[in-house]
Ligand binder design. Structure first.
Ligand code: PGA
Ligand code: ZN
Length: 424
């Protein structure tokens, strides 16, 4: 017999930046339970589902989530108690209807997502299977290739870099465990190179270094040198990827590199062609602003046949925007963030659209994270072979990687680790 939801309990916890977020515990009538914590972004897309905060300046600078807690422990609990814990879709539909707004602003996307994830976990527990198996079925055996953000800039660090994320991608490793070693050894080599050059080795929000480098090229040179210093081959064992998060430095129809000295580029000048010629880059995310669809299409025409072009703020994991992207060939991949859309079911629908279009998809953390490892299981469940979970420091990032090590071990010889990238 399917287990029934008996209780929901939400409370305020702190995320990796020390700001409040939500933890939800879902308890079932058969004694099983599931817990989930909600992440929070800094460079959020304009059309993301709404993260509701108290606005009470006497607590956490207005960032408290007690209102959201009361929504879970009141109206949501009253509606969901007594419902079957699975399948997931009726639960999520009930939450969407109960909220009744386009962007989940009445109950808060943070309330809705916390409940949605906690219930999925409780259902997996009641079914006696790991979360990746519950959500992905028996074919969920593919470990994701990680995109590891080893140099932080943009809104994630107080330094001179306008690009938000410089990532390493150990796509040539034979297993996930080896990929993690490639990543960690490159990260440590990068530490030594920065230190020797007199740069800061302090880290930004996602655990990557946040040095005051002069140019994008200098960051790329250092990363390539670090890959070599770690005894690995740039482009073969470990490639590069960027998330410029260009919305954060777009002004009108121009791109202004304010943090690094004020250079202004047009869409055509920004195009990344020179970087792509010089460095082994496999993926660029949000290379243009969230409203610059022409910029994305230009980039697709220039290099979409051999580089992954990812939309993050452009799509905000919303099937409506992803449909527009597919129809207009704006990119060939989508960044997938559960809290941009707000339920597990809608996120899975976004992934399904990518699959149907033959597009790539990257399951992603947020810059504000917790020790929750939901996205590690989710990445294996969705099987797209890519995750973006931060650098090789800060335990809220490593928690995801450590969970993937656990999953790989559990899968044994059935585990698959394969590059999802077009070789170039
Ligand atoms: P955010 O950044 O979590 O601060 O939005 C992550 C990203 O842009 O991919
Ligand atoms: Zn992004």
């Amino acid at each position: 017999m399917t287990a029934v939801i008996q209780a929901l309990d939400a409370f305020e916890i702190l995320d990796s930046r020390g700001y409040p977020t939500l933890r939800v515990v879902a308890r079932l009538d058969n004694g099983h339970a599931g817990t989930a914590s909600v992440p929070s972004g800094a460079s959020t897309g304009r059309y993301e589902a709404l993260e509701l905060r108290d606005g009470d300046m006497m607590r956490y600078g207005g960032k408290g989530v007690l209102k959201v807690v009361s929504h879970v422990n009141g109206i949501i609990r009253n509606r969901l108690v007594g419902m079957a814990v699975s399948p997931q879709e009726p639960i999520d539909t009930t939450l969407i209807v109960l909220d009744g707004t386009e962007n989940k602003s009445k109950l808060g996307a943070n309330a809705i997502l916390g409940v949605s994830m906690a219930i999925a976990r409780a259902a997996a527990s009641a079914a006696g299977v790991p979360l990746y198996r519950y959500l992905g079925g028996a074919s969920a055996t593919r470990l994701p290739v990680p995109m590891m953000n080893v140099i932080n800039g943009g809104r994630h660090a107080q330094n001179s870099l306008d690009f938000q994320e410089f990532m390493i991608v150990p796509h040539g490793a034979p297993t996930f465990a080896e990929a993690l070693r490639y990543g960690a050894e490159t990260f440590h080599a990068l530490h030594d190179l920065l230190h020797r050059a007199g740069h800061s080795t302090a880290v930004g929000d996602e655990g990557g270094f946040a040095p005051d480098l002069r140019t994008i090229e200098e960051a790329c040179e250092l990363i390539v040198a670090a890959i070599r210093k770690a005894g690995l081959r740039p482009g073969v064992d470990v490639a590069l990827a960027f998330d410029p998060a260009a919305s954060s430095f777009a002004k009108d129809d121009k791109y202004v590199f304010a943090k690094s000295g004020g250079k202004t580029l047009s869409r055509d000048e920004l195009l990344y062609n020179r970087l792509l010629e010089v460095y082994p880059i496999v993926s660029i995310e949000d290379g243009f602003a969230e409203n610059d669809w022409d910029g994305f299409r230009l980039q697709m025409a220039a290099c979409g046949d051999h580089i992954q072009i990812v939309g993050d703020d452009l799509y905000v994991t919303n099937p409506r925007f992803i449909r527009r992207g597919i129809d207009s060939r704006a990119t060939n991949a989508v960044l997938i963030k559960l809290n941009q859309i707000g339920t597990v079911t809608e996120t899975m629908k976004a992934v399904q659209m990518c699959r149907d279009a033959g597009w790539g998809y990257v399951i992603s953390h947020r810059s504000g994270e917790t020790e929750d490892t939901f996205i590690a299981d989710f990445a294996v469940a969705m099987g797209g072979g890519q995750i973006k979970a931060g650098s090789l420091s800060r335990s809220e990032r490593l928690a995801k990687y450590n969970r993937l090590l656990e999953i790989e071990r559990e899968l044994g010889p059935a585990a698959i680790y394969e590059s999802p990238f077009l070789t170039h």
